[in-house]
Design a protein around this ligand. Structure first.
Ligand code: RAT
Ligand code: ZN
Length: 405
């Protein structure tokens, strides 16, 4: 039982651990990168068991165990795909992977049968939810104060919704995703027109940052169109509007196109490219995450050199407990609390529940060990001080870079 008051020194490890767990589990978090949308975005807003089970992390795993051809699978209606994923990964196998265990955590938290033979009960549960109450409930359970969406003005359907003047739920903040813009093969003649394009969308969307995912072979400087677009369009716009630029580096797109959304892979990138950008643009704030485990130490060292660089999240293939634990500990050792430990990357609403539950566990464990070492070195700490650290990592660093989420 936790008996100490907030300002009392915690000098025993059991008491210290109990406090850390309590604080990490109860502190509200700002989720800096997701693919979630509020109901106003119609079919972009995904929730429920069929969406959860057809998440691309799980379809990739299903193809490893079910003897189904790509064509057969993609021809199935979504409910049938979800049935197959459930049967394959949850009934015929024990759901040991992180993405599969995530489903179990969601079902368990919502009071649903985690050993069900089929999806009948789960489907009935989600169908009976009132959408806005359900969103409220999920944000509350996950203790997420707000999420940053990924918004693409060049997506026709999404662009139309923005153009119709959609009113945003305050928990959903927008970010301007630049992948399509930055993968143009030529700048064209009119850089000014591209800058006006960004200005217009910044005005319309009010994004909290601009973001881009970059391939493993990304270089800066480089003699290519992307470099020109970054220097002449994106970076001046970021500076002018005081908007941070988010760099997500290390993806190898369409390694297996048959897997569709699940077909991307990972590659080790060159962190010095980001270092150079931070050095050349000291007035721009950068958020960066790298997909390869091999880049994590270098990213921490780069952040020690450039205080306009904020490492964030354990992205995609790194979002597994063993790797989250390792990366979080490395960051604490090299950066103190000046980083954003995790983002959910959720695409389906209820993923917030498991992604944050699992992340909090690893972050709490890493912090417990860190503080225990500190205690052994001769510095006790208080619950207030722990709260200050956790708040900084869960929302303070985010607020400093992109404002309140
Ligand atoms: O983690 C994912 O869901 C990936 O498919 C990507 O969307 C990635 O997070 C990205 O934003 O490019
Ligand atoms: Zn993402």
């Amino acid at each position: 039982m936790v008996t100490s008051t907030e300002s009392q020194l915690l000098t025993h490890t059991t008491e210290l651990r109990a406090q850390v767990e309590l604080i990490v589990n109860s502190t509200w978090v700002s989720d800096v990168h997701t693919h979630l949308f509020p109901p106003e975005f119609n079919t972009f807003c995904l929730y429920g068991i069929d969406e959860l089970l057809t998440y691309h992390y799980l379809t990739a795993e299903t193809f490893r165990s079910a003897r189904v051809s790509y064509d057969e699978f993609w021809r199935m209606p979504k409910t049938q795909q979800a049935d197959l994923v459930w049967k394959t990964l949850f009934v015929e196998n024990i759901p040991t992977s992180e993405a599969a265990r995530g489903i179990i955590s969601v079902l368990d938290v919502l009071g649903l049968d985690t050993r069900a033979e089929n999806l009948k009960e789960a489907r009935a549960f989600f169908a009976s939810q009132n959408p806005s109450e359900h969103i409220e409930q999920v944000f509350d359970i996950a203790r997420v104060s707000g999420v940053v969406m990924t918004n693409d003005p060049l997506d026709e359907a999404e662009g139309q919704i923005w153009n119709n003047g959609v009113e945003l739920d305050h928990r959903f903040k927008s970010s301007l995703r630049l992948d399509r813009l930055l993968s143009r093969r030529d700048v064209g003649t009119n850089v000014a027109e591209l800058r006006r394009f960004l200005d217009r969308w910044i005005e319309r969307m009010r994004p909290v940052y601009m973001g881009v995912s970059l391939p493993a072979n990304f270089q800066f400087p480089a003699e290519d169109t992307r470099d020109r677009l970054l220097r002449e369009v994106v970076l001046p716009t970021a500076k002018e509007h005081g908007l941070a630029l988010t760099l997500m580096v290390g993806v190898r797109r369409r390694v297996n196109p048959n897997l569709r959304e699940a077909g991307d892979g990972v590659g080790k990138a060159d962190v010095t490219a980001v270092e150079r950008m931070c050095g050349e643009y000291p007035d721009v704030k950068f958020l960066a995450t790298f997909l390869s485990r091999e880049n994590q130490h270098e990213l921490c060292v780069a952040a020690r050199k450039f205080n306009n660089l904020m490492p964030f999240g354990c992205w995609w293939f790194l979002n597994n407990p063993s790797i989250v634990s390792e990366i979080t500990r490395e960051r604490l050792e090299l950066l103190g609390t000046s980083f954003i430990p995790q983002h959910s990357d959720a695409r389906v609403l209820e993923q917030l529940i498991y992604k944050w539950k699992h992340a909090r566990k690893e972050i709490a464990d890493a912090l417990c060990d860190t503080y225990e070492q500190l205690l052994l070195s001769g510095r006790a700490l208080t619950a207030d001080e722990i709260s200050r650290d956790v708040n900084r990592m869960f929302s303070g660093n985010c607020r400093e870079w992109i404002g309140s989420v």
